[in-house]
Design a protein around this ligand. Sequence first.
Ligand code: FAD
Length: 552
Amino acid sequence: MASRYPLAPSLARLAGRRSISIAAAGRIRSHGQAPLAATARCFSSSRPRPLQQTPSQRVKLTSETYPDIKRDSRFAPLTQEHVAYFRGIIGSDSAVIDGVTNESAADDIEPFNSDWMGKYRGQCKLVLKPGSTEEVSKILKYCNDNLLAVVPQGGNTGLVGGSVPVFDEIVINLSRMNQIVEFDEVSGALVVGAGCILEVADQFLATKGYIFPLDLGAKGSCQIGGNLSTNAGGLRLLRYGSLHGSTLGIEAVLADGTIVDDLCKLRKNNTGYDLKQLFIGAEGTIGIITKASIQCPQRSAAQNVAFFGLESFDKVQQAFREAKGQLSEILSAFELMDESSQALVGEVTENRRPLEGKYPFYCLIETSGSNADHDSEKLGAFLEDVMEKGIVSDGTLAQDETQIKALWAWREGIAEALGHLGGVYKYDVSIPLQEMYQLVEDTKARIDAAGLLGDTDEHPVRDVIGYGHMGDSNLHLNVSTRRFDKRVEQCLEPFIYEWIEKRQGSISAEHGLGLQKKNYIGYSRNATTIGLMKGLKTHFDPKGILNPYKYI
Ligand SMILES: Cc1cc2nc3c(=O)[nH]c(=O)nc-3n(C[C@H](O)[C@H](O)[C@H](O)COP(=O)(O)OP(=O)(O)OC[C@H]3O[C@@H](n4cnc5c(N)ncnc54)[C@H](O)[C@@H]3O)c2cc1C
């Protein structure tokens, strides 16, 4: 690897002048223009799922991939009478996709059966899209009374197979419950329907000078109810904390149809157990969230994004430490990408890379504050300092909204780019920072030693990639494959979970357990906590109709 790239002195210079621009295709060079503009964070939409797949593109059934999982014979098969009852509740024809009495509906149901990664596929024959909490309540009561299993579904962007059925569970999709119910412009409390798309909520808040305290690459498709149910972390957890902190209240429906109205809009409420917390991260196993009240922060007037290359993971850690110390209150994101991940995005998008040289690691830093001059000065001084100390080898700084968006695309586009090249085995884990990247190297070595990694078609694995939310010690380990292959899965599991357990990490940092990690929860939780969780599940859903075969 080259040592410090020639841009280093120019960045150091521009840091003093705070004036740079993109010369071509995202490359940023210094010149004497106005200071960085205060920009709003750009939006990007996640990939829309195809409405129809040809039979050859169809994902293998989950029950074929995992033949050990058997359908629970307690659950009743769906009949014409059941469908007629649901039609009576929901009314609207388009809100019931019925493959029970109408075989030609199979193609319409397919997108609700298959997950975003193309890894899991269920055999559901009925999709219900209720329009109100009362309808959800009536549907669940009937399902509970008649032992019909259900899967709550939001935007279906979940990455652990939790959002799609395994067998013939009914999909209850919340997309029609997408209202912005109310917003308090003084306190910042937002009340929304669970089916509201995250990006829509954030765009609404932007018009009021506020921001949704969660942001992630799937924002154009995922829903607030899904975000809460997975306790999604995303790109700004570093700044705004987790949804456990920013959720003020929840309305949910239990398995037997009981409506739990805990839709508090106050920051303080110590009157008893904080029941809403149980629904956050429960992945639809103890109830269906129908509304939520969220504490939204003021939108920052000034935003800056820097992207830089580093020679080692040790230097990444040093840069993170310096960023926390020097940027403190304005630091809103610190993201990590390795060279493999960036090469992949480049290959798929054919866009010009932000830096001229290649580095083993790249970091994206975002600052958000109220004073553009002050923030630019701080970021400039930080960049100058880390370059002078030899921590960072090269860097670029966005000047306007388009450039901010272009730089973020190199981070946010990784998941999408991976999806273009075949299957991906995804592991979303928390590991103490010092050892975070070691997992990528050890996994790659293991796959290579097993003869599974290579450039030609007989090797199922293309590459092993690491990126993630460095600021939260959260690594996304992705094994990019030409096709899903049991040999790869067996090589990875339980190896990865054992590796994490030895370091007291978490096998699920932010994506949840779903189907993928159900059998591995013991690597991160002890018998007592698992016992308590099972007790809660039984208490809330004694017949087990909510999202069976998953979670715990
Ligand atoms: C490109 C991309 C980037 C991503 N980036 C991140 C990231 O940075 N951080 C992160 O944490 N995740 C990330 N994810 C994962 C995913 O987007 C999140 O988990 C998201 O919160 C899921 O929301 P959803 O509406 O799509 O839920 P779904 O996928 O539909 O459902 C997820 C789970 O929640 C349950 N559920 C859904 N809605 C409800 C409801 N109303 N009530 C009860 N249960 C419900 C489902 O049964 C399922 O178990 C990413 C995904 C993609 C595709």
